[in-house]
Design a protein around this ligand. Sequence first.
Ligand SMILES: NC(=O)c1ccc[n+]([C@@H]2O[C@H](COP(=O)([O-])OP(=O)(O)OC[C@H]3O[C@@H](n4cnc5c(N)ncnc54)[C@H](O)[C@@H]3O)[C@@H](O)[C@H]2O)c1
Length: 270
Amino acid sequence: MSYNLLKGKRGIIFGALDENSIAWKTALKVYEEGGVFTLTNAPIAMRMGKINELAAACKTEVIPADATSEQDLNTLFSKSELVLGGKLDFVLHSIGMSPNIRKGKEYGDLNYDWFLKTIDISALSFHKMMQVAEKLDSMNEWGSIVALSYIAAQRAYPDYTDMSQAKAMLESIARSYGARYARLKKVRVNTISQSPTRTTAGAGISGFDAFFDFADMMSPLGNASAEDCANYIVSLFSDFTRMVTMQNLMHDGGFSSTGITQSLIDRLSK
Ligand SMILES: NC(=O)c1ccc[n+]([C@@H]2O[C@H](COP(=O)([O-])OP(=O)(O)OC[C@H]3O[C@@H](n4cnc5c(N)ncnc54)[C@H](O)[C@@H]3O)[C@@H](O)[C@H]2O)c1
């Protein structure tokens, strides 16, 4: 059911690779709620992915951009304003990639050039897009910018390696830029710390099934799905959350506040 929560709002959605992507589900929800937006992804991902199918379903355009390139980001924000007919009200950063994880490197054997690439793609790109948006004055007052994080920013997970540091930096950038953008233009900036979710990025982490199942058992409501996450993002883009900024918002079925669940006690006591 649609409530037209985003009627009249314009934005950019980064990171829809295929129908499992959190950004893909979010694009469909934002469209359903009346928002208009451009879609973007790295040129290489667009060749492999199916983003044009999504663009057709949402009656929109795809503008390729490597999120680590300031030049690409400049083109993306300027073109989006032209295509959409005005300044922007929302931006979704749904981007993550670690070459070290892709190549199966252990935490004690990281390649540092790749580590820097992980940080650049998964964290610094968030700062870059906001700096570009600020310089171009692309955002409307009371706009909302959201990035996706994971609880490995606060806790140790064996196979999440350098992505843990990238997520810690991502959350820190949300606080620092959130303070700045609030003062300059009343734009809010938040991260959502999402449950493990079966997507290309998620399933790339070794041991993913084990920590997906563990998190599910340790969350009183169970793991939050990508659809639930899309709904939460819509609420953060809407006018109902205008005073929420500089937060890392837990979207995890209660996982982060749980010591142990009854179902886990029952299971372990058998
Ligand atoms: N899947 C999970 O378990 C989970 C849990 C918590 C947070 N997250 C976060 O959610 C976000 C979205 O991931 P997802 O799970 O939907 O997986 P996904 O693989 O569908 O999305 C990741 C996206 O990042 C894009 N990307 C990579 N390098 C890029 C670059 N240089 N420029 C632009 N885009 C680039 C990819 O093309 C892809 O579209 C990521 O930040 C991820 O870390 C995922």
